[in-house]
Every structure is written in C-alpha cells, then in structure tokens.
Write a protein that binds this ligand. Structure first.
Ligand code: 7TS
Length: 404
C-alpha cells in the first residue's frame, strides 16, 4: 500500500468545506477512517451481527471469533506477551478511570501519585477522585518553558509512599516525546513497587510502541485516534497485575457464577469486559490495525516527521506566530497568532476548508503553566501531504491580514 495515495482511501477527505478542498489537520482529536474500516463495520451489521461470548449458533460464533481475533492483533501491535493482557474499554478515558478506581482501592492515606503537568484531563481527574476519597497526595513532574519535562530532580518527587507514576508518552498539545522508559527505570530504582502507567493515545497511532521496551506496567489508548471507530479503547496490563485488579464494571459476561451472596469472576480478560461490548467497533479497530500494518508504522512515522519539519520551517518564518513546544516533536504544532484568539484563527481557517482545533485541548494545567489561555493546534496523520501544509500556511497569512 502506498502512503502517497492514502488520501484517496478516506472517503470523507474528498469533500469540499465552505467551497474549498478539505484539509483535515485535527488528527489529535480524532483520525479519519479508511473505506476498509467503514466496510468492515457494515459487513458485521449486514452479515453476522450477533452478541459475543454467549450464543453457540453460527452468527454468534463468527462474531466472537472476529472479535477475539482483534485482541491478538492489538497484542501483536504493542508487543504484549499474551492476548489475555488486552482489555477492551470505551477509550483511554475509561481505561484510566478503571485503573484509578481499581488500583486506588488498596491505597492508604498519604500514599502518593506522580503525574506530569502535560497530562490530558483523563489522566488527572480520575486520580483526583481517588485522591479525595482516600486522602492521597498527587505530585506533578513540571514542564519546562521549552515544553519538555523537568526530570532532573525526579528522584526528589519519589519515595516509599509513591504508588503510581502515570504519564503521557507523547503530548497531544506540544508533540513532546517523553523519555518514558528512562523515567520509569529511574522511578523503579527508588521504589521497585511503583506501578507505571503510560498514556500512549497520542504515540501508538504514529510510532512503534513496544510495551516491554518502555517498561510500562499498564498502557492505555483509543482506537479512534488510529483510524478506528469511536467508543473503543484498550487497557493493556501485565498479567500478574491484572490478576490483582478488582473489576471496574460488574454485570453479564464477567462472571463465572452468581449466587444471592456472592459472585465468582470469569477469567481475564472477560472479567474486565462486563456487558455487551462495542463489537462492531472492535471489529473495525482490527481492520484499522491491519491498514496501519500494511503501510507500516515506521513509514507513517517518517512521513509525519517530514511533514512536521516542512510545516515548522514555514510557520517559523511567519513573525506573527508563536509556536509552543520543543523542536524535536511528533506531528503536532500548537501555536498562536499574536493578538488573535485561537477560536478566531480556527474559524477563519475553517472558512478556507482547513480543520484545526483551538482551545485548551483538555490540558488546562499545561496551558496555565505556559501562561496561555488557548492554542491553535494542527496535527498530522498518514493521509496529510505537503499541499495540506501549504494550504495551512496560506490560511494563516490570510488570518493575519484580516486581524492585523
Ligand atoms: N490521552 C491523550 C494523550 C489524548 O490525546 C486523548 C484524547 C485522551 C487521553 C482521551 O482519549 P479519549 O478517546 O478517551 O477521549 N485527545 C483529544 C484531543 O487532543 N482532542 O480531542 C481529544
């Protein structure tokens, strides 16, 4: 499969917005879906719609087989040791709520949790819930003005009371690629019992992520950011740690037996997938992984690196723009046009067919730290090309002219 022609395989991208060819640069919010992903969802509903893990009729067996095949695809994609380490959730947000709520059950007053100032709200709010309930202390690894993490004094944040370090791999705002492996190694040197959680929602769609290599105990991510449907996410955990987790949701499918007095749980991963899951979504997610594998994740990464450099070179020359984040970055550029609100920038770009996101991107703490109210964010994926970058730059010049 050829990355240069990839755009043709995403039907949504061929339309015009406000009379202009759509330039979709809001990939960090959600990615577009290739025709094959859409087709696989339609195929499920048209030809074998059925519930999973219960019926023994033909359709139910086919649906179960297709659903379970995806678990193996996910395991292979992130290099999990076993297919039983893959739990399907609704998304990164649910995966993190699950972890905070279940791991938090065993924490005592004054136990500590380490986060970073660049976390998405989904990796902050669930920890604040459990911290309030249990009297825990949350500490933050600070963000430096250049948009990288200040890990020089990491050791001073960690002690024997630290239970969790939960951090983002790639910032969904700054594109910073955090040295998670190094951070986790150093944290565990001080306290080997620390559980390390890595939010790979912004990294795994765009670069090879090997959960063994980054030394994570758990990782979380969402299908919709990697060409898959909304409403599907993953929680991966080391099997021995999953065995110690209390289920987040109770109900059908997650039990071995239920009496009036008590419930015996099913084996993992079923134990953690109560109720009818998003079967069509999981099947579509499997097709998305196949699509990424066909192009090759390294190919996708180098294509995005090229586009990002191309865009940075041109945007840096616009003296009315302030860019945030480090030079070495993933395919995300957040910026402001001096004196213009990000929503106004985004609205004028939209008039020109260009979709970017404006606002705080669910990262209030990061924006406060950088002393900015909001940013405009352009984020790339495999189907973007140099023409998209050129349109963006032209659009920005137009915005500046209007507001000057
Ligand atoms: N973590 C990261 C790094 C993210 O980028 C997002 C979504 C989440 C967690 C939450 O994922 P969800 O699928 O549960 O919503 N990020 C964005 C964004 O940047 N703009 O819209 C969604």
């Amino acid at each position: 499969m050829n990355i240069v022609n990839a755009k043709n395989e995403f039907p949504i991208l061929s339309q015009k917005i406000n009379g202009k060819d759509l330039v979709y640069l809001d990939n960090s919010a959600t990615s577009q879906k290739p025709q094959v992903v859409i087709d696989s969802i339609v195929d499920y509903y048209t030809n074998y719609n059925s519930n999973v893990h219960r019926g023994i009729h033909t359709l139910a067996e086919k649906a179960t087989e297709k659903y379970e095949e995806v678990r193996q695809k996910v395991a292979d994609f992130i290099n999990a040791k076993s297919v039983n380490e893959i739990i399907f959730t609704k998304g990164t947000t649910e995966s993190l709520n699950f972890l905070a709520s279940s791991l938090g059950k065993n924490f005592q007053k004054d136990d500590e949790i380490i986060l970073t100032e660049m976390e998405h709200h989904s990796n902050i709010v669930p920890w604040q819930f459990i911290a309030k309930e249990k009297g825990l202390i949350i500490k933050y690894i600070e963000v430096k003005p250049d948009g990288t993490l200040d890990i020089e004094n990491l050791e001073s944040l960690i002690n024997k009371k630290t239970k969790i370090i939960s951090l983002i791999h790639v910032s969904n705002v700054l594109g910073t690629i955090n040295p998670v492996e190094k951070i986790i190694k150093r944290a565990k040197l001080i306290n080997p019992d620390i559980i390390a959680i890595v939010d790979i929602a912004q990294s795994v769609p765009h670069m090879k992520v090997n959960v063994q290599k980054i030394k994570a105990d758990f990782v979380v991510f969402s299908a919709h950011k990697m060409l898959g449907p909304t409403g599907v996410g993953v929680l991966w955990g080391k099997y021995d740690l999953l065995e110690k987790l209390h289920p987040f949701l109770g109900g059908g499918s997650m039990i071995a037996s239920v009496t009036k007095e008590k419930t015996l749980f099913a084996e993992i991963p079923q134990r953690f997938e109560a109720g009818t899951p998003n079967i069509a979504g999981v099947i579509g997610f499997g097709t998305a992984i196949d699509y990424i594998n066909k192009i090759g994740i390294d190919e996708i990464n180098s294509h995005e690196q090229h586009l990002t450099k191309y865009a940075m070179e041109q945007i840096k020359q616009l003296d009315f723009i302030e860019i945030y984040g480090p030079n070495e970055r993933a395919g995300i550029i957040s910026f402001n046009i001096k004196g213009v609100h990000s929503h106004d920038v985004s609205a004028v770009l939209d008039n020109n067919g260009i979709a970017v996101r404006s606002g705080h991107h669910c990262t209030d703490i990061l924006h406060n730290k950088l002393n900015i109210n909001s940013t405009v964010r352009a984020s790339f994926y495999l189907y973007n090309n140099e023409n998209d970058v050129e349109q963006l730059v032209l659009g920005l010049k137009k915005v500046n002219k209007i507001f000057k």
